[in-house]
Design a protein around this ligand. Structure first.
Ligand SMILES: NC(=O)C1=CN([C@@H]2O[C@H](COP(=O)(O)OP(=O)(O)OC[C@H]3O[C@@H](n4cnc5c(N)ncnc54)[C@H](O)[C@@H]3O)[C@@H](O)[C@H]2O)C=CC1
Ligand SMILES: O=C(O)[C@@H]1CCC=N1
Length: 280
């Protein structure tokens, strides 16, 4: 394994799980050329058709043999649902070697629990990317257990930097990262659905409403990033006294928009904690 910044990552990477987040990650990692498809082996519960589809799309290796996957890889990425984690990892009890690096993207499940299920003291980095990994724009939180070396953290950082930005946080904070940026794309898509729907209902052709909404979203994101101005200030600049924006914002306020968004993120954070406790 080569931890040098900017260089490619050496060694084999095994993905346990072949769902939507793995597809997003594969697409980002391979596009960036950080890892060659030949270095990647993917497994799932028992869906060969899905594995064949990933092999065709990304030229990665696939296998139904989970023990072979664990044996052959230097980095094992756990990408199964929280409800499947106990059974899947206990099946692999004793298979993980102490020198291997385990990276988990499983929501809510603590590194201490993963260690307990795998039955070995090993380096585990718990992470929370999001599906924008597919286009290199994930916001990923990472937290390490006590065995992770500086070099291993560097490798994981390099891996996730190839699909977006990376923030190292305390493990307890990962549930918040999950509620905020792990689930976050879905909140934005929900907003977009509502905006396009409203534009269409008001009389615009659907495609025009869609294009206007997406460009507005893109422009607002760039304004926030490029000007570094506070969102409240940028909002004020749009809002002419007695104008259209004020009228629109008053309706959002009447529906307690900010409270709704805040409660959603706090509930998702709580759900992440519940998932960790529920399936232990
Ligand atoms: N979808 C998302 O936006 C994100 C998901 N995550 C986390 O990633 C994990 C996977 O999520 P998705 O990809 O959305 O789920 P998914 O349902 O699309 O995929 C789950 C995969 O796990 C496999 N699996 C189940 N049991 C298995 C076993 N015993 N051995 C091997 N593979 C097994 C399934 O066959 C499937 O390929 C979850 O823990 C989720 O919390 C993390 C960040 C974002
Ligand atoms: O909904 C979920 O549980 C996963 C974790 C963050 C995004 N998707």
């Amino acid at each position: 394994m080569n931890p040098q910044q900017g260089s490619s990552i050496e060694g084999q990477i095994g993905f346990l799980g072949a769902g939507s987040i793995v597809e997003a990650m594969l697409s980002g990692i391979i596009k960036k050329g950080l890892v060659s498809p030949r270095q990647i082996l993917v497994s799932n519960r028992n869906n060969q058709e899905r594995l064949d589809q990933l092999a065709r799309s990304f030229s990665v290796q696939v296998t139904q043999d989970k023990h072979a996957l664990v044996q052959s890889c230097d980095i094992l990425i756990l990408a199964i649902k929280p409800k499947d984690a106990a059974e899947a990892l206990m099946e692999l009890r004793g298979a993980v070697r102490p020198g291997q690096l385990v990276i988990s993207v499983i929501a809510g499940v603590a590194t201490s629990l993963i260690e307990e299920w795998l039955g070995v003291e090993c380096s585990i980095i718990r992470t929370m990317p999001n599906t924008s990994s597919a286009i290199g724009l994930s916001a990923t939180g990472v937290a390490c257990n006590r065995f992770v070396s500086e070099a291993q953290l560097q490798i994981a950082t390099q891996l996730f930097e190839s699909i977006g930005t990376v923030y190292t946080v305390a493990e307890e904070e990962l549930d918040i990262v999950t509620g905020l940026s792990g689930s976050g794309p879905a909140y934005i898509y929900y907003l977009v659905e509502a905006m396009v729907g409203a534009g269409t209902k008001a009389g615009l052709p659907r495609e025009t409403a869609r294009q206007l909404t997406l460009q507005t979203l893109l422009g607002a994101a760039h304004m926030l990033l490029d000007t570094s101005e506070e969102p409240a200030l940028l909002r004020q600049k749009v809002t002419s006294p007695g104008g259209t924006t004020q009228a629109g914002l008053e309706v959002l306020e009447a529906y307690q928009f900010q409270e709704a968004v805040s409660s959603a993120i706090l509930r998702a954070t709580e759900r992440s904690r519940e998932l960790g406790a529920q399936y232990r």
